[in-house]
Design a protein around this ligand. Structure first.
Ligand SMILES: CC(C)(COP(=O)(O)OP(=O)(O)OC[C@H]1O[C@@H](n2cnc3c(N)ncnc32)[C@H](O)[C@@H]1OP(=O)(O)O)[C@@H](O)C(=O)NCCC(=O)NCCS
Length: 168
C-alpha cells in the first residue's frame, strides 16, 4: 500500500487540545514498533517522555508540529525542532507502512526547504534509520542518549535540501 492508495491521507498543523491524542500515538508507536531495536526497559523510558501530557503538549506546541490524518482522524505527527532539525516523527502502529511517515517527512522537508536551510538533520532511532536512509538521509554519527535510567542509541543523519544557506 502507499499514500496514493488512500485519498483521505492528509497533513495539517497541530490543533490546540490535541496533546493527549498525540501522546497516545507517541506511546503506542514506541511500544509496538520499536521492540526489535530496543529493550522493554528502554521503550518504557522513551515513552515516559509523554507521561506528563500537559508538558508533552507544551513541547509539541513549542515546535512546528504537523499532524497526519486518515479520514480526518490523527494517525501520526512530526515536528521541526528547529528550522534544520526534525524532532519527533511517530506513526500509529495500526497504520504503519501505509505512507503516513512519508507524507509527514515530505511536509517537514518542504517547510525546512522553504525556510532556506541547506540540509535537514534528525537523530534517527534504530527503528527509523532505514526509513530515513531510503529518503536520502546520510548517517553522520552514533549517539547514546540518557533517557530516565536508560541509555538509548540513535544516529544523527543529514539530508541535503538544496537550500541557499550553509547549514550548520
Ligand atoms: C519510522 C516511522 C515513522 C515510519 O513511518 P511509516 O508510516 O511506517 O513509513 P511509510 O509507510 O511512510 O514508509 C515509507 C517508505 O519507507 C520504507 N520504510 C518504512 N520504515 C522503514 C524502515 N524501518 N526501514 C526501511 N524502510 C522503511 C517503507 O517500506 C516505504 O517504502 P516505499 O516508499 O518503497 O513504499 C514509523 O515506523 C514509526 O513511527 N516508528 C516508531 C517511532 C520512531 O522510531 N520514530 C522515529 C524517531 S526519530
Amino acid at each position: 500500500m502507499n499514500a496514493q492508495a488512500n485519498p483521505t491521507l492528509a497533513v495539517r498543523p497541530m490543533l490546540p487540545g490535541e496533546g493527549r491524542l498525540l501522546a497516545e500515538i507517541f506511546r503506542s508507536s514506541i511500544t509496538e514498533l520499536t521492540g526489535e531495536d530496543y529493550t522493554e526497559m528502554q521503550q518504557e523510558a522513551w515513552a515516559a517522555a509523554a507521561e506528563d501530557e500537559a508538558a508533552f503538549a507544551k513541547r509539541l506546541g513549542d515546535q512546528l508540529t504537523i499532524v497526519a490524518t486518515l479520514g480526518g482522524a490523527p494517525v501520526g505527527f512530526g515536528t521541526l525542532e528547529t528550522d534544520d532539525k526534525i524532532g519527533f516523527l511517530y506513526v500509529h502502529p495500526a497504520v504503519a507502512g501505509q505512507g503516513v511517515g512519508a507524507v509527514l517527512a515530505d511536509a517537514l522537508e518542504k517547510v525546512a526547504g522553504g525556510r532556506g536551510v541547506a540540509s535537514l538533520k534528525v537523530d534517527a532511532s534504530d527503528t527509523a534509520s532505514g526509513f530515513f536512509a531510503r529518503r536520502g538521509y546520510v548517517p553522520q554519527q552514533r549517539n547514546s542518549v540518557r533517557c530516565g535510567d536508560e541509555w538509548l542509541a540513535n544516529t544523527t543523519m543529514h539530508k541535503p535540501l538544496g537550500g541557499k544557506e550553509t547549514a550548520q
